[in-house]
Design a protein. Structure first.
Length: 303
């Protein structure tokens, strides 16, 4: 085949590649719009006037700016108490999750660990079968964890999938490092905390974020186990605002009167509460973004 023929083939390949790239870009833009629009719309409605919301005129951008919804939400003392509770639950729960998961994964990585096979089988069983809500509630009740932080963080402290991902990553670390540390007299705890954990920052950042988001967004466990309103997380406040009779008027003081006067729309308060609920956890992501992509890739390529 002459050079002219080769050039034609290369041109066809380039054209096909550019066409595919263009289609892919258009498709991803469409998917992004579909995913981003609801979030933008919630923000826009939370900042719009009651009249514009009632007319259905709010789409991408707020109409007739109105901050009453946020004033009402952040003016409630319950919100700040719930924030404090949720932050405590998320921090403590994530720390326990990372600690226990890493310790189990490290133990299962050691080939001569006596309980390696039984523990692996037990973890595999939990990936396919769950104890169910009623047995879990009875266990929590029996251990006197009702109305305590432990009812929210201990039942979900360990994920079998996470343990296997951790173990796969630990196996990728040179065994000579562990052996050298043991020769120097380091214990397994010291090896884990001083060597394996610092080498696994991407892993801990990624799964730490997953754990924190799961705890932050969870309301069902709090609905079951937390009876004291002073200990309820932020999601319970959001649930009350969205589902209480009369919308936010049945939850926050003085809102019903403002609704009757047309000063504020129920959606102002509801959507402002949604943004107030998800905002803090969204602010965490930029600080661990550099580790996130690497950590997700670990779970995809290691087995």
């Amino acid at each position: 085949m002459d050079n002219k023929g080769n050039r034609k083939i290369k041109n066809k390949i380039h054209v096909g590649s550019y066409t595919f790239d263009a289609i892919l870009v258009v498709f991803m833009i469409g998917i992004s719009i579909v995913m981003i629009y609801p979030f933008i719309n919630v923000i826009a409605i939370s900042l719009s006037s009651s009249k514009m919301i009632s007319m259905g005129a709010v789409t991408w951008w707020p109409k007739e700016f109105n901050f009453k919804g946020y004033e009402i939400v952040f003016g409630q003392s319950d919100i700040w108490v719930a924030y404090k509770n949720t932050i405590i639950y998320a921090v403590v729960g994530t720390a326990i999750n990372l600690l226990l998961t890493s310790m189990i994964a490290y133990a299962l990585m050691i080939n001569d660990f006596a309980l390696r096979k039984p523990l692996t089988i037990m973890l595999l069983i939990t990936m396919f079968f769950s104890g169910g809500t009623v047995p879990t509630y009875l266990a929590v009740q029996k251990f006197n964890m009702i109305n305590t932080i432990w009812a929210l963080v201990l039942p979900n402290a360990i994920s079998a999938y996470n343990v296997f991902v951790y173990r796969a990553f630990y196996k990728g670390i040179s065994t000579e490092i562990r052996e050298a540390a043991m020769v120097d007299g380091a214990s397994n705890f010291r090896i884990l905390f001083k060597i394996y954990m610092p080498l696994s920052k991407a892993l801990y950042a990624t799964f730490g974020l997953f754990s924190a988001v799961a705890i932050w967004n969870s309301f069902f466990d709090a609905l079951l186990y937390i009876k004291d309103e002073a200990r309820q997380p932020i999601q319970m406040i959001l649930r009350k605002v969205l589902f209480t009779s009369g919308a936010a008027g049945g939850t926050f003081d003085g809102v019903s009167e403002m609704m009757r006067q047309g000063i504020v729309n129920p959606k102002n308060v509801q959507y402002a509460c949604i943004i107030a609920t998800i905002g803090p956890i969204l602010l965490v992501y930029p600080f661990i973004q550099k580790y996130f992509a690497q950590g997700v890739q670990i779970g995809a390529v290691k087995g």
